[in-house]
Design a protein around this ligand. Structure first.
Ligand code: SDX
Length: 432
């Protein structure tokens, strides 16, 4: 049973003593509940980046960063990858249990039914400049869904929340593929009712009237695995954005659009594209140690992209899966990518360098996934879009958990360090 109050912590300050409850989670992690702190002491806590702060209770995903454990609704990520069906993982995250056969069929039907975008939305694509980054297009188009599907505010959700959740999980693929086709000047390819979630996406991306796309089972399996390992990750930056925006009772689509925008940052989901750019630079230069040296220089903004994590202080279990899949898939399709060799050399050098070892900086989910997507023919500017498609069920699950609980509007406090009170007329005369 989570959030049980098991002990207490005493805070002494200015001759005052306050006893605060300590809550214990399912896996024994503990937190001091400070919700009464300001009322009883006038004090607030300060924690930039919320490094030490739990923002909520959640039953969706558990991460043990010290031991490299990741579980969705209690299932280890390795077992879900073995099971290998992304839409089952999506269903699990959103509903709390894996679907039985009839629930799987119903969810597939919903995803298929919601895979088309409103035809009027198609014309939006014509107004984006050719070179627009697909992440900007995606967040705009998902936000526009609130105009095309206006019945999605909180009041209307209880009867068709499954439909709204399925719609955004399904349509994100169509919007992503349409953005890609538009960027290469090819005609868009519509979703097909006879294809599974991942096969449909690959077909929308790569089929063409003059070059029919051959759907390969190994590519479909791999995409399921990649989407599963990206599907959720507890209170990361973009999920926290979703919970924050959603707490104001903003509709689902605008809330998800905020998550997509947060994910696009190079310190977050945008890192997978930055990793490829970095590996290409290292490949061109040839000197791995030169780049590691730059990453270690205090005043050098260069970071080893795909390395380090706020929570994992050991190898990211998703990176281990991606690395294994990378080596196997490239061998299977007989595809040589020099960037994989560079990635191996960077990892080897960093994991024997005290700077990285002392700071517990290991490969994270973004370090190998870009190479895999490249091998599947996914262009670099679509890499973070792939992350967004996969993360959709996680965002929807957290949004649904948040609106289902007695969530308060997210509105943190601050410590003000600006000007003391001063008056305009006095200063105005001085300036004059
Ligand atoms: C994702 O939160 C999630 O769960 C995110 C995610 C998800 O699934 O949602 O897992 C997805 O975003 C993965 C992370 C992708 N980002 C990158 O790969 C970008 C490179 N990584 C770094 O920018 C960094 O590691 C962060 C942002 C990921 C985490 O940084 P923190 O937790 O804020 O730690 P920090 O910046 O305070 O670093 C601590 C020390 C510092 O050195 P000192 O001041 O102690 O001397 O480690 C150093 C940092 O300079 N450091 C790095 C480094 N990452 C941290 N030095 C060189 N290269 C790096 N990559």
């Amino acid at each position: 049973m989570s959030n049980t109050v098991s002990e207490s912590a005493t805070l002494e300050y200015n001759g005052k003593k306050i006893v605060l409850p300590v809550v214990t989670g399912t896996e024994g992690e503990q937190a001091i509940d400070i919700s009464s702190l300001r009322k009883s002491t006038g004090l607030v806590t300060l924690d930039p980046g919320f490094v030490n702060t739990a923002s909520c209770y959640s039953k969706i995903t558990y991460i043990d960063g010290e031991n490299g454990v990741l579980r969705y609704r209690g299932y280890p990520i390795e077992e879900l990858v073995e099971h290998g069906i992304f839409i089952d993982t999506a269903y699990l995250l959103v509903n709390g249990e894996l679907p039985n056969d009839s629930q799987h069929r119903e969810f597939s039907r919903l995803l298929n039914e919601c895979s088309l975008i409103h035809e009027d939305m198609r014309h939006f694509f014509d107004s984006f400049p050719r070179g627009s980054h697909p992440m900007h297009i995606l967040s705009t188009m998902i936000n526009a869904m609130a105009a095309f599907y206006p019945d999605v505010d909180l009041k209307s959700l209880d009867e068709d929340i499954n439909q709204s959740c399925a719609r955004v999980i399904s349509i994100v693929r169509t919007l992503a593929a349409f953005a890609y086709k538009r960027s290469i000047g090819e005609p868009i390819v519509y979703p097909r009712h006879d294809l599974s979630y991942c096969a449909n996406f690959l077909n929308m991306m790569f089929d063409s009237p003059v070059r029919p796309y051959q759907i390969r089972p190994e590519a479909v399996r791999l995409l399921n695995v990649l989407f599963i390992i990206h599907a959720d990750h507890e209170q990361n930056c973009s999920t926290s954005a979703v919970r924050t925006i959603g707490s104001a009772q903003v509709n689902l689509y605008a809330t998800i659009s905020a998550g997509i925008s947060a994910l696009s940052g190079p310190l977050h989901g945008g890192a997978n594209q930055s990793v490829i750019e970095m590996l290409k630079m290292i490949h061109e230069d040839g000197d791995v140690n030169k780049f590691l040296k730059m990453a270690k220089e205090k005043d050098n903004p260069f970071r080893l992209m795909g390395f380090g994590h706020r929570v994992y202080k050991t190898y990211d279990p998703r990176a281990a899966i991606a690395k294994r899949e990378c080596e196997n898939y490239l061998k299977l399709i007989k595809y040589q990518d020099p960037l994989l060799d560079i990635a191996h050399r960077v990892e080897e050098a960093a994991l024997t360098d005290s700077y990285f070892v002392d700071r517990h900086l290991y490969p994270n989910v973004d370090f190998y996934t870009g190479i895999l997507y490249r091998a599947m023919g996914i262009p670099e500017n679509m890499l973070t879009v792939m992350f967004a498609i996969a993360r959709l069920p996680g965002w929807v699950a957290h949004w649904r958990e948040m609106i289902g609980s007695s969530t308060k509007l997210v509105r943190p406090r601050q410590v003000y360090t600006g000007q003391e009170c001063r008056h305009l007329e006095e200063d105005y005369r001085k300036v004059k």
